[in-house]
Design a protein around this ligand. Structure first.
Ligand code: BGC
Length: 476
């Protein structure tokens, strides 16, 4: 039903197709769902400030410090893998409620941690929650969105991630002088409680999930309340038809449920897109640059006294450019945005690397870094999460999102492990060139394989994917 609100499938259904009241309501749900994105940003961002004080309180050596940071990434890989199947079984709404509970539990453990081991346990629980949230949010958002504004609503996920990162930096800043690291963590309980409350009392179950589980009448009632009975009938019967076709294809291919379905030939193009972009989003170097930014800024000769303040500045640029992306994604489309983004990222990170190798002046180094972050935030960053919600057919959407998200977290972990050793061996500037090469390769991949998904329903997206990959679409 995700693709169902516009009356004519395939047109870029103008927003007026959907009553304004319905758009408002759906947007409110979308913001509530995207609280999962906020927690993702907050819990990955808060540690940089908190660790400065924890390491002294708990006398942590450097290996212990990096474990406290990276164990969350490992938890997130596991959380995203587990959540796909679970969300198919119990529904999108219930899994977000569980995620809210897990976030609260993890937050409590890290806030009251008495030592290193408890802290690690709390970070693992937070990681599981972040992973499950990051895989579920794009699916849920996609399934409540009319096509005309689907890009915008899916991009909201990245907006909330960047708001969460920025909020974490501001919280770090607020509690830095009093060194209250426990308070830094504790703030996360507020959005976690809001997410739980929204899942319990505000959000409707995904209509697509209801239809898949034989509860079309419940879905119909909900959609009727939004867009009226005639349009609702049309939406539900199209979704049912699509479901039946999808099931038929699976039966013909004799596939099992869940992740195994992902290897079916008809899903392969979507899977290649999901997994490749997941890896590229991380191997393009974004987190190395974001976390390295304060050091780079200090090297430019600016006042070195407050690295948290620099992080805030980077967070603001990241956030502002994501706002720009939200405005553009349903107008100019995903493909041009990703291409411009990767192109600019490649050029700016190449020049950034060069500025470390030949003397160029600190202002230029700063400029290249800002352009790189803005280029990421205006395209690849948000559009990756948009595409994850769009490219997979409904019956494997949760499994596809879960696999892609897991690869994103694994790649995040791999880059964070490899960055410093690589910079030591081949040089800092040269390491940035590796990121540049990855962006160029990704650009070529997107030119060849990524179809435009803007305004299209999932059947059309499927067809476009198969055309790009030159594979035959199974009979629907
Ligand atoms: C990525 C994160 C990254 C963030 C930066 C997200 O889309 O998945 O790894 O830290 O963007 O804004």
């Amino acid at each position: 039903m995700a693709q169902g609100f516009s009356r004519e499938p395939g047109t870029h259904g103008p927003l007026s197709d959907v009553p304004t009241r319905a758009v408002r309501k759906i947007s409110l749900w979308a913001v509530a769902i995207a609280l999962g994105g906020f927690l993702f940003g907050f819990d990955t961002g808060v540690i940089s400030g908190a660790l400065l004080y924890i390491k002294d309180d708990f006398h942590l050596n450097s290996i212990q410090q990096s474990s406290v940071v990276s164990v969350l990434l490992i938890g997130a890989v596991v959380g995203s893998l587990l959540s796909g199947r679970l969300s198919d079984r119990i529904g999108r709404r219930k899994i977000l409620a569980l995620v809210g509970v897990a976030f609260l539990a993890g937050t409590a453990v890290v806030t009251f941690a008495g030592g290193f081991v408890t802290l690690l346990v709390g970070r693992i629980v937070l990681g599981l929650s972040v992973g499950a949230a990051s895989a579920t949010v794009p699916v849920y958002l996609s399934e409540i969105s009319p096509p005309a504004i689907r890009g915008r609503l899916l991009t909201l996920n990245q907006l909330m991630i960047t708001v969460g990162i920025l909020a974490a930096y501001l919280v770090n800043l607020a509690f830095a002088s009093s060194e209250m690291w426990r308070a830094m963590f504790a703030v996360g309980a507020v959005p976690a409680a809001l997410l739980l409350a929204a899942a319990l009392w505000l959000l409707p179950e995904s209509p697509q999930w209801l239809i898949t589980h034989g509860r079309a009448e419940v879905a119909r009632r909900g959609i009727t309340a939004l867009i009226g009975p005639d349009a609702a009938d049309e939406v539900v019967s199209r979704a049912q038809q699509r479901m039946a076709d999808d099931r038929e294809t699976r039966k013909q291919q004799n596939e099992e449920q869940g992740h195994k379905q992902l290897s079916a030939p008809d899903v392969r193009p979507a899977l290649v897109i999901g997994l490749t972009l997941a890896a590229v989003q991380q191997f393009g170097g974004i987190n190395s640059i974001i976390y390295y930014a304060p050091t780079i800024i200090q090297q430019t000769g600016l006042n070195a006294s407050n690295s948290i303040l620099y992080s805030v500045a980077i967070g603001v640029i990241n956030l502002l450019m994501t706002l720009v992306a939200i405005r553009m994604v349903d107008r100019i489309g995903r493909r041009p945005m990703v291409l411009v983004s990767l192109g600019l990222m490649a050029v700016s990170v190449f020049l950034l690397g060069l500025s470390f190798i030949v003397e160029m002046g600190s202002e230029l180094t700063l400029l290249f870094m800002v352009v790189y972050i803005a280029a990421y935030a205006g395209g690849l960053g948000p559009v990756f999460w948009t595409l994850i919600g769009e490219v997979f057919p409904p019956s494997v959407r949760a499994a596809g999102s879960s696999a892609s998200t897991a690869v994103n977290w694994m790649s995040n972990f791999a880059v964070s492990l490899a960055f410093l050793p690589l910079a030591t061996v081949i040089g800092q500037g040269e390491t940035f060139w590796v990121f540049a090469v990855i962006c160029v390769l990704a650009f070529a991949f997107v030119v060849k394989y990524l179809p435009e998904t803007k305004g299209r329903d999932d059947e059309q997206i499927d067809r476009a994917l198969h055309q790009r990959f030159g594979s035959r679409q199974p009979h629907r």
